[in-house]
Design a protein around this ligand. Sequence first.
Ligand SMILES: *[C@@H]1O[C@H](CO)[C@@H](O)[C@H](O)[C@H]1NC(C)=O
Ligand SMILES: *[C@@H]1O[C@H](CO)[C@@H](O)[C@H](O)[C@H]1NC(C)=O
Ligand SMILES: *[C@@H]1O[C@H](CO)[C@@H](O)[C@H](O)[C@H]1NC(C)=O
Length: 381
Amino acid sequence: MARFTLACETFAFVLLTSLLTNNLAAHRQERDRGNSNYPPLWDDVPDSLAGFVSIRNKTVVNPWNYLERMGMYKILLSVTAKYMSNFGPSNTGNVLWGLPLQHGWQFITGRLADPSNVSSCGQKFGDSLCISTRSWWSCMNYYLATIPFLGAVEAGFFEDWPFEIKILPPEEYMDKFCYTAAGCHAQNPEMMSKWTTLFQLLKKSKEFSQIKLLPEEDDIWQHLWIAHVASIEAALPKFSDRLADISAPEAEFGVSWANAVEFIAATHFPTNFNQTNTFQAFLPPRMLSAGDKAPSIPDLSKEQNRALVALDILNKGNKLTGGWCDWLLRVWRRAMCSEDGRAQGQNLLENIVVDPDRISTGIRSLLLEYIKNRNCIIINS
Ligand SMILES: *[C@@H]1O[C@H](CO)[C@@H](O)[C@H](O)[C@H]1NC(C)=O
Ligand SMILES: *[C@@H]1O[C@H](CO)[C@@H](O)[C@H](O)[C@H]1NC(C)=O
Ligand SMILES: *[C@@H]1O[C@H](CO)[C@@H](O)[C@H](O)[C@H]1NC(C)=O
């Protein structure tokens, strides 16, 4: 490696290859396709505004209750279904599936509960549907649930609903969140407008071809990911204090997962129903505790252990060399600048956990894409 005078960007690829292959290429696993599951309690979740309480001409949504926060997602899936009918049968191709499925995973794995034991919010034998304002995951997810919902409201998706939609503030930490499109614009104009833009774009769109990815279809993915990343960037610094309440491995996993989303975003990863379920099976099925050390956490699968190692590498690399991740992200984004590059990137992300033997071939293909995309204009942030 050192014999060549490599450009620093190439070095990033080589480093990534050697780190990943040395750490992960232990066994070739047969592919473990995740089972396709709806989020927990899906049938109890309201799928229209009529399922919420309306008093004095106001429809009230409490995002600190699991069924109601999930209700915002279910409504979004439902009102956008007609724009995405060609992406797959029964709305399975809807680009928004990634969000409710992630939220369901957070709920079922206990991540939305009060980690400090100050209250029984979210505890199995307490108020089990409560979403705690003290949970890092709950607070981060607010920015990926309520904000998109308000974006759809602002884009006019509920124009025909006769009542005003009111988002209830939590009992504590009220100033950490926003409750109306106008309030969110005031607090974080860039983030809010990115979500509104996505929904305006959807509303304008008609039908998409299912045969070949049309430019406007890829455009939807791109806008979704741009908005997603903006939410995470807005929320991360606000809730870093919540990380002190969870174990060190869990806190590291959370932050590295949030950072990894930028890499996933650059591939315009199709977070539809099937793909998200498949990928989500690689995330830890319970909160990590103090003694957990991947890749040898006994009750986690090989893929789950590997995914934790891969996330840790990205995170540590960033900490050790200061900005390594930013630099790598720049390289990654350029490789992802073409449709071929994004397909290779999606493959690589999948192989990191399911088929590590193919990682180095994958990275070589990406390097070629990176070189080919020298003159490509990168639109993402
Ligand atoms: C609710 O809206 C209707 C129709 O606009 C109006 O007649 C009624 O007075 C309103 N009720 C309240 C409690 O504001
Ligand atoms: C998801 O999987 C189901 C069952 O295999 C299939 O019928 C459907 O077409 C898939 N949806 C998408 C969007 O690929
Ligand atoms: C919270 O309470 C449970 C049981 O009530 C206990 O096992 C656990 O150690 C407590 N956690 C903290 C952080 O106090």
